[in-house]
Unconditional design. Structure first.
Length: 163
C-alpha cells in the first residue's frame, strides 16, 4: 500500500488489516462486477474484484497522474490493482441532478468535454463512454469524474497508430 496524503490512524489501520486478510466488515455503498465501493467517513474506498484487477491497475496509474486536475478526486492511498482510497464526492450524478432540479445541468456538454480535455492535456485518453453516474456536480458547482477504468497514456495511443 502506498499512502499519498496523510490519513487518520483508524483508516490506515483498516487498510492495513484489509491488505493482510482481504476482508472488510462493512456494508458496501455500490456493488459492481469489477469493483465494490465503500464509504469510510469522508473517504471513498474502491476495492477491485478479481475481474477488475487489471483495469484497477490502470485506474490507479491514471488517478495518480491526474491529481492536479480539478475534475479528479483527491487520492489518499492505493494498492495498484487492489484498491484506491479517494475523497468521497458529495454531489449529484446526472439522474439525481435532474430529479432534484427538474432539468439537466445547463453546461452539461461543456462539463463533459472540459473534463475530457483536461485529461488529454494531462496526457491521458479515456476510451470509455462517460456514463451518467460517473460525473458528479457538487454544491459548489464543481464537476468531478469518478471512473478512470479505461484511461490510457496518450503515448500508448501513438505507439498503436505506428503499428
Amino acid at each position: 500500500m502506498r499512502i499519498v496524503k496523510s490519513l487518520p490512524a483508524n483508516i490506515e489501520q483498516l487498510l492495513d488489516r484489509y491488505e493482510k486478510n482481504g476482508h472488510l466488515t462493512m456494508q458496501a455503498s455500490l456493488l459492481g462486477k469489477q469493483s465494490v465501493v465503500y464509504r469510510l467517513q469522508e473517504y471513498c474506498l474502491k476495492v477491485y474484484t478479481a475481474r477488475g484487477k487489471l483495469d484497477g491497475e490502470y485506474e490507479c496509474e491514471a488517478l495518480l497522474s491526474l491529481q492536479n486536475n480539478h475534475h479528479v478526486p483527491e487520492l489518499y492511498a492505493y494498492a495498484s490493482g487492489n484498491f484506491t482510497l479517494t475523497e468521497w464526492i458529495e454531489g449529484f450524478n446526472l439522474r439525481e441532478y435532474r430529479a432534484a432540479y427538474g432539468h439537466i445541468p445547463h453546461d452539461l456538454m461543456y462539463d463533459m468535454f472540459s473534463t475530457e480535455l483536461q485529461q488529454i492535456q494531462a496526457g491521458y485518453h479515456d476510451w470509455d463512454v462517460i456514463r451518467y453516474e460517473n460525473l458528479l456536480w457538487t454544491a459548489t458547482g464543481e464537476v468531478k469524474r469518478t471512473d478512470f477504468w479505461l484511461c490510457e497514456p496518450v503515448r500508448c495511443m501513438r505507439l498503436r497508430e505506428r503499428l
